[in-house]
Write a new protein. Structure first.
Length: 297
């Protein structure tokens, strides 16, 4: 009986020690050597570390980054049940303001940071690049457009392909519905917000692709990753729409997606650092590509 009681006491003490050593965000603790060996044998090291995290992360900013932020939040919380990630979409500038004011852990910006924001302590962490392809029907003979051409087409100043060196055919302007992130990015980059004249406003990338592919004279815009041989992807200012050109900064319909921190990533709490580790991982890069974005090295 005495030996049985002694064993129970030993087990209780060991359990209490293990619970006490679990670390939350901003804390660190080493697990007992035996537990670490078991964990390493069963689960990848990154998952073992993340599973011990607890706390919260607030992401505030760009509405164009909503798809990425929501997907990232969901995936990270699945790996880390003790962490709550709360994204808010109030615009890039408001997100950086919240970051600098201390009311957000991360400020999401779908543009490069301003010098004044950097001077205030914001650090620009580019996590992805948003690339947009301009597509036309497969019989179109116009294969290169300038920024001015696109502005004229989408604002209704140019209405026939013959004005751009093509066949005499009306231009059918196709775009996404109001509220679409792709539409917002396209119009923002061309600085033609609320000025576009659309023949068709469609509610999905697939619908835009199908409409352009089947409509003589049609032009539309889609995420680069969905382009196939049913359409022609226009070169812009002589630069082909490729991931390589976008990464090099040569293709003008692209922009950085920034997750800004106040101070360097290494200075953040454990939850935020783990989130950036996840973004940089193979799984994180796959997630970025799954929402139509281009990864960065």
């Amino acid at each position: 009986m005495k030996n049985k009681v002694s064993k129970i006491v030993t087990l209780v003490a060991a359990a209490a020690m293990t619970v006490g050593m679990l670390a939350g965000c901003g804390q660190s603790a080493a697990a007992p050597a035996a537990d670490t060996a078991v964990a390493d044998a069963e689960v990848p090291a990154a998952d073992t570390t993340a599973s011990d995290l607890s706390g919260s992360i607030t992401l505030v900013g760009s509405t164009s980054m909503e798809k990425l932020a929501n997907a990232l939040s969901e995936a990270f919380m699945q790996q880390n049940p003790g962490v709550t990630v709360s994204p808010e979409f109030v615009g890039s500038s408001a997100g950086i303001e919240a970051l600098l004011a201390g009311s957000a852990d991360i400020g999401n910006s779908s543009r490069a940071l301003k010098d004044s924001e950097k001077e205030g302590g914001a650090v620009e962490n580019i996590v992805a690049i948003d690339g947009i392809a301009v597509v036309v029907d497969p019989a179109n003979t116009v294969v290169d457009l300038t920024k001015a051409n696109l502005i004229d087409i989408y604002t209704g100043k140019v209405t026939n392909w013959s004005d751009l060196g093509g066949e005499k055919m009306p231009i059918v302007v196709v775009g996404r519905e109001s509220g679409s992130g792709t539409r917002g990015a396209f119009e923002e980059l061309l600085e033609i917000e609320d000025q576009c004249v659309y023949a068709n406003e469609l509610d999905s990338t697939g619908a835009v692709m199908a409409k352009v592919a089947s409509t003589p004279g049609a032009i539309g815009y889609v995420s680069l990753d969905v382009v196939d041989d049913t359409v022609i992807a226009e070169s812009l200012e002589g630069v082909a729409a490729t991931a390589e050109n976008i990464k090099a900064g040569n293709y003008f319909l692209s922009r950085p997606f920034v997750m800004a921190t106040k101070g360097e990533i290494a200075e953040q709490n454990e939850c935020v650092k783990a989130l950036f580790d996840y973004i940089a991982s193979a799984e994180g890069k796959a997630l970025i590509e799954s929402v139509g974005l281009i990864t960065v090295d």
